[in-house]
Ligand binder design. Structure first.
Ligand SMILES: Cc1cc2nc3c(=O)[nH]c(=O)nc-3n(C[C@H](O)[C@H](O)[C@H](O)COP(=O)(O)OP(=O)(O)OC[C@H]3O[C@@H](n4cnc5c(N)ncnc54)[C@H](O)[C@@H]3O)c2cc1C
Length: 478
C-alpha cells in the first residue's frame, strides 16, 4: 500500500517524485519503458523558456515563469546541465515587430524579467553571425538551455535516494477505486495506493479514461530536429527564435547545453502517439526556415535527425488538477512543460495537501545528487585521468571514460541498455554516432552487470538516415 502512485517517469512525474520525497510518504513511480525519460522529455528543444510566449492568465504563463526561476537552484543540487544563455526573437519587418510588441507586453504581464526590444544593430552586436537583414528582436535575459533527459534522470535518481520506489517496464492497464483506495492494475500486478497522479504524457488521456474521467483528449503534435557537430556551435550563443506562427514558437536555432548546434522543431499533428519518424519534407522546411535566422551552418556536419511528440491537450492549457474522482490527479502539459515542470510539482503538492494528504517533513532528505558525466567541452580544464585512473576512454568523440559508464550502471535507476548509457554519459552522441564505441559499451555493460552481451538492450527505434537524406535532398548546396 502506497500513499502516492505516480504514473509516468518523464520530467513532470520526476519533479513530482522529488518534491514528494521531501515528505515522509510511501511513493511509487510506474513507468512502462525500460528506463525513465523515454517519452517527450527526451526529445525536445531543451529550452528553459523566459515565459513571454504564453497567454497571460493561463496556467502555462504562470508556471513557466515560476519554473524558469527554479532552474539555477535545481542545477546546484542535481548537476543535470543547465546554462542561462538569454534568447532573441527576431523580426524582419514592421509587421513582425508588432508581434514582438505583443510578446513583450504579454511577458511583462506574466512577470518575466530582463525583457527588452532591441534594434538590428544591437542584435548583430550580440550575435554577429545572424542574418544581417534582422530589424528588431525581443531579448530575454532569463532564458536558458538544459539537458532535458539528464534533468529527468537526476530528479528520479534523487527521489529514489530519498526513499521512492521505481518500477520500470511496467505498464498501467487499468484503474479502480474501492472506498478510499485505488487499485492500480499493471501488466505485472495490482498496486494499492491512496492517491494516484497521472503524469503519462501523450497517454494521459488514455490513463484518465481508465478511471472514468473523460474531460480532455491529447492531440499528438510531432516536432522534428536536426542536430549538428559541435564545431557548428560557434554560430549562436543565445536561443534564436523567429516570431511565432499559428503552429507555435517556430523554428529555433540554438547551441545545446553540451555544445551542439540544434535546429527545429516543426509542428505536425500526427495520427499515432509514438510516431517519432522524420521525413525529408519537414527536414527541408526546418533547414530553409533556420537559414532565415542564420545561414552559415554546414549540412555536411549534421549528425542526426530526431523527433518528439508534444502532449497537446484539447483544453489548450496545462492540466494540473484533482479530478471528480477524489485522490486522482491529472497532470499533463506540452511546451513549455519542461520549463514549468518544477513549478507544476509545487502546485501538485498544494493540491495533495488540500485534498487531505498528510505532509510531514522528511528530515533525512538529501538534496544533492552527484553528476555522472563530467562535461568535457572546449572549456574543460580538468584532467581526464583524474576522472578515470585506468585512463580507459570508451567513446573517443565525447571523451567518455569507463569509470563514467560504470558509475551510470551502479546508480539508483537500474539500467541495462546502450541507449540508457548514451543518455547518461553521451557515449555514442559524437561525430561517429557510436560506430566506434557501441560494441565497447555493450561489452562493458555485460561485464559490469555480469550478464550476456546478447541480453544488453540496444538503441531505441531510430528514425534518422540523415546522411543519405541530405544527399538526396541536395540541401547542402542551398
Ligand atoms: C518537439 C518538442 C519540443 C519541446 N520543447 C520544449 C522546450 O524547449 N521547453 C519546454 O519547456 N518544453 C518543451 N517541450 C515540452 C516538454 O518536452 C513536455 O511538456 C514535457 O517533456 C512533458 O513531460 P511529461 O513527463 O508529461 O511527459 P513524458 O516525458 O512523455 O513522460 C510520460 C511518461 O509516461 C509513461 N507512460 C505513458 N503511459 C503509461 C502507462 N500506461 N503506464 C506507465 N507509464 C506510462 C511514458 O512511457 C513516459 O515515459 C517540447 C516538447 C516537444 C515534443
Amino acid at each position: 500500500m502506497y500513499d502516492v502512485v505516480i504514473i509516468g517517469g518523464g520530467v513532470i512525474g520526476g519533479n513530482i517524485a522529488r518534491e514528494l520525497s521531501k515528505y515522509k510518504l510511501e511513493v511509487c513511480m510506474i513507468e512502462k519503458e525500460e528506463d525513465v525519460s523515454c517519452g517527450c522529455s527526451k526529445a525536445n528543444s531543451g529550452i528553459v523558456h523566459g515565459g513571454y510566449a504564453d497567454t497571460p492568465g493561463t496556467l502555462k504563463s504562470e508556471l513557466c515563469v515560476k519554473g524558469n526561476r527554479m532552474f539555477a537552484d535545481l542545477e546546484k543540487d542535481l548537476n543535470f546541465g543547465y546554462r542561462e544563455t538569454g534568447s532573441l526573437v527576431l523580426a524582419f519587418s514592421d509587421e513582425e515587430k508588432e508581434h514582438l510588441e505583443k510578446l513583450y507586453n504579454d511577458g511583462i504581464e506574466n512577470g518575466v524579467r530582463g525583457l527588452k526590444i532591441i534594434d538590428g544593430e544591437e542584435v548583430i552586436k550580440m550575435e554577429p553571425r545572424l542574418n544581417k537583414e534582422v530589424k528588431w528582436a525581443l531579448y530575454c535575459s532569463d532564458a536558458g538551455v538544459c539537458s532535458p533527459y539528464e534533468f529527468t534522470i537526476a530528479l528520479i535518481e534523487n527521489a529514489i535516494k530519498n526513499g521512492m520506489e521505481l518500477r520500470l517496464s511496467e505498464e498501467v492497464i487499468g484503474l479502480e477505486k474501492s472506498g478510499d483506495i485505488f487499485k492500480v492494475k499493471t501488466n505485472k500486478c495490482v498496486i494499492e495506493s491512496r492517491y494516484v497522479i497521472n503524469a503519462a504524457g501523450v497517454y494521459s488521456d488514455k490513463v484518465s479514461k481508465m478511471i472514468g474521467v473523460d474531460t480532455f483528449d491529447i492531440i499528438p503534435r510531432k516536432g522534428e530536429y536536426i542536430i549538428f557537430n559541435k564545431d557548428q556551435a560557434y554560430l549562436v550563443n543565445k536561443v534564436i527564435f523567429q516570431v511565432p506562427t499559428k503552429k507555435g514558437k517556430g523554428i529555433l536555432v540554438t547551441t545545446t547545453y553540451h555544445g551542439n548546434l540544434l535546429i527545429g522543431p516543426d509542428a505536425e499533428q500526427v495520427a499515432h502517439k509514438d510516431d517519432v519518424s522524420t521525413d525529408e519534407k519537414s527536414l527541408r522546411e526546418i533547414v530553409d526556415s533556420a537559414r532565415k535566422s542564420v545561414s552559415g551552418f554546414d549540412m555536411k556536419k549534421a549528425l542526426t535527425s530526431f523527433a518528439g511528440v508534444r502532449p497537446t491537450s484539447s483544453t489548450k492549457d496545462f492540466i494540473v488538477e484533482e479530478t471528480d474522482v477524489k485522490g486522482f490527479l491529472n497532470v499533463t502539459g506540452d511546451s513549455p512543460g519542461l520549463t514549468s515542470s518544477p513549478a507544476i510539482a509545487k502546485k501538485v503538492i498544494g493540491i495533495l495537501r488540500d485534498s487531505g494528504l498528510k505532509l510531514e517533513e522528511n528530515n533525512h532528505f538529501i538534496a544533492y545528487r552527484k553528476p555522472i558525466f563530467i562535461k568535457k567541452d572546449r572549456d574543460f580544464k580538468g584532467d581526464i585521468n583524474a576522472i578515470d585512473p585506468k585512463k580507459h576512454i570508451i567513446c573517443r568523440c565525447e571523451a567518455v571514460t569507463e569509470a563514467e559508464i560504470v558509475d551510470a550502471l551502479n546508480r539508483e535507476i537500474k539500467i541495462c541498455s546502450i541507449d540508457a548509457i548514451k543518455r547518461r554519459t553521451r557515449a555514442g552522441m559524437g561525430t561517429c554516432q557510436g560506430a566506434f564505441c557501441r560494441p565497447r559499451v555493450r561489452k562493458l555493460i555485460a561485464e559490469t552487470l555480469n550478464i550476456k552481451e546478447e541480453d544488453v538492450g540496444g538503441l531505441a527505434p531510430r528514425s534518422s538516415d540523415l546522411h543519405n537524406r541530405v544527399k538526396r535532398m541536395d540541401i547542402m548546396k542551398l
